[in-house]
Design a protein around this ligand. Structure first.
Ligand SMILES: [Zn+2]
Length: 266
């Protein structure tokens, strides 16, 4: 029987994604660093706080974050575990409505404001059209998230970023899928005067053939697509019911692309 492994797009086995909260003006400089290095990220915005002059302007959201993901961070950034549940639903749904009006795209990601969550909130999010939500705790590792509604990153950028980046670059066991996920706030680079850190990190991670550079939702969507692949019981063929292409390896040979809507004999 064929040995089939799911791969990331292009047959890669490592993915890097970035996640930055609050939509402050320092995002402009951060996006520029990401763009110069081909790094992709997700920006979690509070649609009710654009009046704060330290934030990006609503009219620049679509162009500034082009190529990255705009995601929810609730309308007003409350500590939602303390709020009535219907109010939390409105904080999420109204944020989606406002951000979708600005971007013209479906907005399906969330990061918990103040890291606040509860089992009841987590259970409600799928019905609000949210597919993942990031917490503030981190793992220090490169495993794929088991529960996307309690998505723990690898590290905050102030915690061993370069060391973890070097570890990630050195990973070469192709029998595993690895994810490096970095989170933070762009204004922290201003406050701590350490823009060099993220410049150095992005330059070090840039342009690697074995890394898929993705937004948070691109990662989730791809893995959801991969789970929907329909394999023969003996792995002799596969059909792809998704619109997007998926990649697998077969018997450790060169990656095979299963085209969206396609059927491939293996
Ligand atoms: Zn925040």
């Amino acid at each position: 029987m064929n040995k089939v492994y799911i791969c990331f797009p292009g047959g890669k086995h490592k993915a890097l994604t970035m996640s930055y909260d609050d939509g402050r003006e320092a995002d402009r400089r951060l996006v520029d660093i990401f763009n110069r290095n081909g790094i992709k990220g997700t920006f979690h915005l509070n649609s009710g706080l654009f009046d704060d002059l330290r934030r990006v302007r609503p009219e620049e959201v679509r162009t500034l974050y082009e190529g990255h993901e705009v995601a929810c961070h609730t309308v007003t950034h409350p500590t939602i575990a303390r709020c009535p549940l219907p109010a939390v639903a409105r904080e999420v749904l109204d944020d989606r409505v406002a951000l979708e009006a600005l971007t013209g795209r479906p907005v399906r990601g969330l990061s918990y404001p103040n890291g606040s969550l509860s089992p009841e909130i987590e259970a409600m999010l799928p019905a609000c059209g949210i597919r993942y939500s990031r917490v503030v705790e981190t793992t220090g590792g490169f495993a794929l998230p088991e529960n996307p509604y309690r998505w723990q990153g690898t590290c905050h950028h102030n915690h061993r970023l370069m060391e973890l980046g070097e570890q990630f670059l050195a990973l070469n066991k192709r029998q595993y899928l690895y994810l490096m996920y970095v989170w933070g706030h762009s204004y922290e680079f201003d406050n701590q005067g350490n823009w060099d850190l993220i410049e150095d990190f992005c330059r070090m991670m840039s342009g690697k053939d074995d890394i898929w550079y993705c937004t948070n939702i691109e990662f989730i969507d791809y893995m959801d697509d991969a789970r929907r692949l329909r394999f023969a019981a003996d792995n002799s063929f596969v059909s792809n019911p998704n619109a997007a292409d998926c990649y697998i390896s077969v018997n450790d040979q060169a990656p095979v692309c299963i085209p969206g809507g396609g059927f491939v004999r293996l």
